[in-house]
Structure formats: structure tokens, C-alpha cells
Design a protein around this ligand. Structure first.
Ligand code: AMP
Length: 212
């Protein structure tokens, strides 16, 4: 099963990605997460992408495609994968198609999870995540003990790029300009599955499973 998932920030892609990965036994690969880990670890990649990620701008395609190419050739991707946050524009989608064609493979579906802008903003501005394992929380759905992750005990904090409303609005604007055209790209290839992202994580997940 080879899937991509996209949608505006706060649509719940990270939460759904984890559920999909578990159900179908495939790795969920988030380029945003790869970049955040690299920044946290102060690696060469982290230093290159820091200014883009903090400002809510897109990391250049060449670098992003290189990161994804390396990740998709790992052994755990042989039977499939879910890509979350990649492709982010039509150029990246073309690169992904070319990369898969080289491996005699192709995507099975492209899921777009959609929520209205006010829901998106509310979810992002209240979003918190574990700084160790990446698990997502929200001000309205915190961990059980004092901002300590229920899964691993790590500190649950706000993402730096979620802090400023202006940065968040910038990311949403970029989504509409650059990422939304992927709907047509994948609809033309008969791969698009449109998912209503409103409601509880379980409700959204069952819509996804039905659509797949
Ligand atoms: P996300 O966790 O998907 O919201 O991504 C966080 C940040 O990482 C984005 O605002 C970008 O700066 C960067 N990023 C993630 N995925 C991509 C991508 N496919 N292309 C370019 N930049 C990306």
C-alpha cells in the first residue's frame, strides 16, 4: 500500500497517519518530522532547513526530494508507506512519480483531508507535541500528567512554527497556493480520495478506511 496524505495544517494528518500506519503495517513518513528531528539533533540537514521551517516556508524541492528518496529506499518501505507532508507541490509530486517508476511501483491513493480554515487555526494554535516521540496533543486534549507524554514520558511542548499566528497563516496560504493544486493532479490520475476531516479522530479514520 503506497499512500500520500495531504491537507491544510491542523487537518489531522499526523494523527491519521499514525492510525493508517498501524492498520496497514506500513511506515508513516512525515517530512516535517524528519526536518524537526534534524533541527533538534543539529545535524547538517537540520542547519540547512532551520530558517525555512521556523519561518513556515517550504524547504527547497531539491533538498526535500533527496531526503524522501533516501527514506523511501530503506528496507521498511518495500511493502509500502504513507507519506505525510510530501509532496507539497506539483513539482514534488512529479518527482515522486518518477522515483516510484524507477522502482516499478506507483501510488495506490492520494488522501486529502479537509477542514474549514477556522477549525484549522483553532487546532494548530492549541496543538502540542511530545519533544521525544512526536505524539500529538492539544490544549483541549492534554496528556494525563502535567504535560508529560503518556506514551514515553517526554516533555510535551508547542512546535516553534505553531507559535506565531502570522507564521501559521503563512503556512495556510502556502498550502492553498502550492499544495491544493495536487487535488487536480491526483484527480486526473484517478487517485484522489477526498476525506472530511471534521469530527473525532475515529470518525475521520473510518472515513479514510472506507475510501481506501
Ligand atoms: P509539517 O510538519 O508537514 O507541517 O512541516 C513543517 C515544515 O517543514 C513546513 O512548514 C516546511 O517548512 C517543512 N516541510 C515539510 N514538508 C515539506 C515539503 N514536502 N517540502 C518543503 N518543505 C517541507
Amino acid at each position: 500500500m503506497r499512500l500520500v496524505i495531504f491537507g491544510p495544517q491542523g487537518a489531522g494528518k499526523g494523527t491519521q497517519g499514525a492510525l493508517i500506519a498501524e492498520k496497514y503495517g506500513i511506515p508513516s513518513i512525515s517530512t516535517g518530522e524528519i526536518f524537526r528531528w534534524a533541527i533538534k539533533g543539529k545535524t547538517a540537514l537540520g542547519l540547512k532547513v532551520l530558517e525555512y521551517v521556523d519561518a513556515g516556508r517550504l524547504v527547497p524541492d531539491e533538498l526535500t526530494v533527496e531526503v524522501v528518496t533516501n527514506r523511501l529506499t530503506a528496507d521498511d518501505c518495500i511493502d509500502g508507506f504513507l507519506l505525510d507532508g510530501f509532496p507539497r507541490n506539483v513539482g514534488q509530486a512529479r518527482s515522486l512519480d518518477a522515483l516510484l517508476a524507477d522502482q516499478n511501483a506507483a501510488l495506490d491513493a492520494a488522501l486529502v483531508v479537509e477542514v474549514p480554515e477556522d477549525v484549522s487555526l483553532r487546532r494548530i494554535l492549541g496543538r502540542r507535541a511530545c519533544s521525544d516521540c512526536g505524539r500529538n496533543y492539544h490544549l483541549d486534549a492534554p496528556p494525563q500528567n502535567d504535560w508529560t507524554c503518556d506514551a514515553c514520558g517526554g516533555d510535551v511542548v508547542e512546535r516553534t512554527d505553531d507559535h506565531e499566528e502570522e507564521t501559521v497563516r503563512n503556512r495556510l496560504k502556502l498550502y492553498h497556493e502550492q499544495t491544493e493544486p495536487l487535488k487536480k493532479y491526483y484527480a486526473d490520475r484517478d487517485l484522489l480520495r477526498e476525506i472530511n476531516g471534521e469530527g473525532s479522530p475515529d470518525e475521520v479514520f473510518s472515513r479514510i478506511v472506507t475510501s481506501i
